[in-house]
Structure formats: structure tokens, C-alpha cells
Design a protein. Structure first.
Length: 364
């Protein structure tokens, strides 16, 4: 359920049945692709109080793709003389905002803040001390998720020197590594497996550009990277995926001197780790969920917000926000499997997608 304009009979309060400028602005924004991608429902608390529960989710706003953790939106104290309508919205820097309306005998919804999309309108009764479910009107406009470029790894072009799959990934001398397309399944139609050699220190990688260290793009030009990967064996190896200055770098907490990436290095942690890195200095967080499980598929999103902060999400759920060591060095992007034993180790890749950040007026 999303974007509701109750009719007079269905509305708990007559003013919920009105059309307001915020309604129109939310619908117009959706014509440009802005809106809710997942979740972000607003509901009354199990024991109602002056907060509204906002579910976890993701939005697309002016070319950015912020994630939001589940949280409570606080509604300010009610007027003792008149009702009002408040608006809950989210913006492109990952902030949930409650805009209080003006108390009046015939209240109207306040304007939608700039660079935001609406989630819900809240009817605050005169002298209210709690917000019930009938006071909340869903104003989410759910939009389709699209990528500027993507690879499903079903186009099984496999050239050891590069031009791999739909995006023509490059690969460089990888000390004994190979690659092989795997038989797809119902939920994973195309799978590329990176296979290391059988000597400790061997690796296999794919990347943009002709070399692991090719400078391809400025990190500020990226709005989002999404990857769906699986690790068949989870011992004595290093796995890296994402943006990095050197895609061949297997050291823990590093993918060259700069980047924003996820890694699994069991000698360091049994969990996935999330890193932003600039000038050789890193900010790294270990996932707070379960340890990595062999053969499980994991969806990772690496998101750059409009203010330059970076978000990491696992399986569609917000994990961490990084505001330090934001990468600025021109980087590459790719996947790396590295063995730390005398046996091959693998990385399976099912999907890759990328969205470029708004770049202003590129064309005349």
C-alpha cells in the first residue's frame, strides 16, 4: 500500500481527504524517478505515543540512493486549541524529517522540504497525547529501481585478457587464476566464478579498465554500486568487492590507497567488513550480523550521499554510515579472490549494477 488520498467517508478526519501541494510535489517527483524504492512505511507504535515508527528502507532522491535504518519520528506537542497536519519525509542525505504544520480550524499539510520525498501525513488532533493508526496517511510513491549500467553475467563472453561478459570487464595477470561461468539457477540466472591458483598468494580479479590500477573515475561521480556475491569456501582467503585504487590489493582493510569496498578476510574477522579509504588511511566496520556463511548469497550496496558521506547496506538493510576517509583519489572498481593456502579459492558473482551521481550540465 502506498500514496493514499482518503475519500471523505474513509478519512478519520475530514482534512485528510484534501489534496495538498506536498501530494502533487511527491507525484511530480516520481515522474523523474524519485520516490521510495523499498520499505519506509510509517505506522503507529504498538503502545501509541507522540512518535511514529518509520520502517527501514531505501529511496531514490534527485539521483542519490540513501538507505534508512528503522527509527522513530517524533511529533511535537499538539496545540491546545486547533488540530494540525505534519509531514514526514526523507532527503538525499539519509535524514528523516518531521515538518510540523500550522494548527488551525481547517489545517493544511506543510510544504515538502527541498531534495526530499514524502512518506506520510500525520493528523495531530487538538491536545493529542498520542498518534493512532487512523491519524497516519501513507504518502509514499513507490518507484522502480533502475541502474545506469548493469551486468547479469548471462552473456558468457570469456576472454582471459579482458572483455568479459556484458560490461567487458578487464582482467590482468592474476598469478594462476582462472574464470568460469556457472550454471544459472532460478534466482541467479548468470554466475561468473573467479578461481584462484593453488599456491598461497595466487588470485583472480576482474575490474574496469585495462589494469587493476587503471584510474577510471572519481568516486564523487558514483551514486551507488550494487553487487550480489557468494563465497563457496570461507577459510584461508581474502575477498574484496567495490571501488578501489588497486583491485589487486589483498591486504586487510585495503584496496589500494583509496576506495569504498566490502571485504571478507577470515584471518581478521569472520564477518563482512565495510571500508572507506583515502591516502592510505581507512575507516572500517565489521558487520553486526551473523558470520559469513559458505555458499550464501549476499547483496551489498555502496552508496555515496549528496553530502559526500558513504553508506553500506547488506541484503537491502542499512549497515553503516562513513563520514571519515571519504575517497577522492581517482579509482578503479572490481572483484578480487585471493588464496592464502595451497588450494584454490573462489568468488561467485551474480549481479553488478552502478548509478552515476548527478553531474550538472555535461552537455550544451
Amino acid at each position: 500500500m502506498s500514496f493514499t488520498i482518503p475519500n471523505q467517508a474513509a478519512a478519520a478526519y475530514a482534512r485528510q481527504a484534501g489534496w495538498y501541494q506536498a501530494d502533487i510535489d511527491g507525484l511530480v517527483a516520481a515522474l523523474a524517478g524519485d520516490g521510495v524504492l523499498s520499505g519506509l512505511t510509517c505506522t503507529a507504535q504498538a503502545s501509541p505515543d507522540m512518535t511514529v515508527a518509520v520502517a527501514a528502507g531505501q529511496a531514490r532522491i534527485r539521483g542519490y540512493f540513501p538507505f534508512f535504518a528503522a527509527q522513530n519520528a517524533t511529533i511535537s506537542a499538539a496545540s491546545g486549541s486547533n488540530p494540525r497536519i505534519d509531514l514526514i519525509s526523507v532527503d538525499y542525505n539519509g535524514t528523516v524529517t518531521v515538518t510540523a504544520g500550522t494548527a488551525a480550524a481547517a489545517p493544511v499539510c506543510p510544504a515538502l522540504p527541498a531534495n526530499s520525498v514524502p512518506l506520510a501525513q500525520v493528523y495531530v488532533q487538538t491536545s493529542a497525547t498520542s498518534i493512532g493508526s487512523n491519524a497516519i496517511t501513507d504518502k509514499r510513491v513507490v518507484v522502480y529501481d533502475v541502474f545506469d549500467a548493469a551486468d547479469e553475467f548471462v552473456f558468457q563472453a570469456l576472454v582471459t585478457t579482458g572483455n568479459i561478459s556484458s560490461l567487458a570487464w578487464g582482467t590482468t595477470a592474476a598469478t594462476g587464476g582462472t574464470m568460469a561461468f556457472q550454471t544459472g539457477t532460478s534466482l541467479h540466472p548468470g554466475i561468473l566464478r573467479l578461481v584462484t591458483g593453488t599456491s598461497s598468494g595466487n588470485n583472480q580479479r576482474i575490474h574496469f579498465g585495462s589494469a587493476a590500477t587503471t584510474a577510471v573515475f572519481a568516486p564523487a561521480n558514483v551514486a551507488r554500486v550494487r553487487m550480489l556475491i557468494s563465497v563457496p569456501t570461507i577459510t584461508t582467503l581474502a575477498i574484496k568487492a567495490g571501488i578501489g585504487q588497486d583491485v589487486s590489493d589483498a591486504a586487510a582493510g585495503s584496496l589500494g590507497t583509496a576506495g569504498a569496498f566490502v571485504e571478507f578476510v577470515p584471518a581478521t574477522s569472520a564477518k563482512w567488513r565495510y571500508t572507506t579509504r583515502q591516502g592510505g588511511t581507512s575507516t572500517t566496520n565489521a558487520d553486526t550480523g551473523a558470520d559469513v556463511v559458505a555458499g550464501n548469497w549476499y547483496q551489498f550496496d555502496i552508496v555515496r550521499l549528496q553530502n559526500g558521506n558513504w553508506q553500506f547496506a547488506k541484503n537491502g538493510v542499512f549497515a553503516f554510515l562513513h563520514s571519515a576517509n571519504q575517497p577522492t583519489t581517482v579509482c578503479n572498481l572490481g572483484f578480487l579472490a585471493h588464496t592464502l593456502t595451497t588450494a584454490a579459492r573462489n568468488l561467485d558473482i551474480d549481479f553488478f549494477g552502478i548509478n552515476w551521481a548527478p553531474m550538472g550540465s555535461r552537455f550544451t
